[in-house]
Structures are given as structure tokens and as C-alpha cells.
Ligand binder design. Structure first.
Ligand SMILES: [Zn+2]
Length: 48
């Protein structure tokens, strides 16, 4: 059985509003994020 081919938009960063849409983006539990907005960075807000 072959499923009909769906056109999926290329994954891009879902961070921010309007969205960042940077690429490449990686899948995270909270969505696709680019290197700049990956959870490891955005979750850690360090105030110097
Ligand atoms: Zn981004």
C-alpha cells in the first residue's frame, strides 16, 4: 500500500511571533527550533 504523497512544508523554526522560520531547524518537544532558539538556549535566561 502506498500512501498518497503529502506535501509537507520544510521544517523551520517555530519560535516567536511572527515565527522565526530559520533553517535548519530541529524537532523538539516544544516544536521545531533553529540553532539560536533551541530550548537549551531559550530556556536558560541568564542575567549577567
Ligand atoms: Zn529560530
Amino acid at each position: 500500500m502506498t500512501a498518497p504523497r503529502e506535501e509537507k512544508p520544510p521544517p523551520s523554526c517555530e519560535h516567536g511571533n511572527p515565527r522565526c522560520h530559520a533553517r535548519p531547524a530541529r524537532p523538539y518537544p516544544c516544536g521545531w527550533k533553529c540553532d539560536d532558539h533551541q530550548p537549551a538556549r531559550t530556556h536558560r535566561r541568564t542575567n549577567p
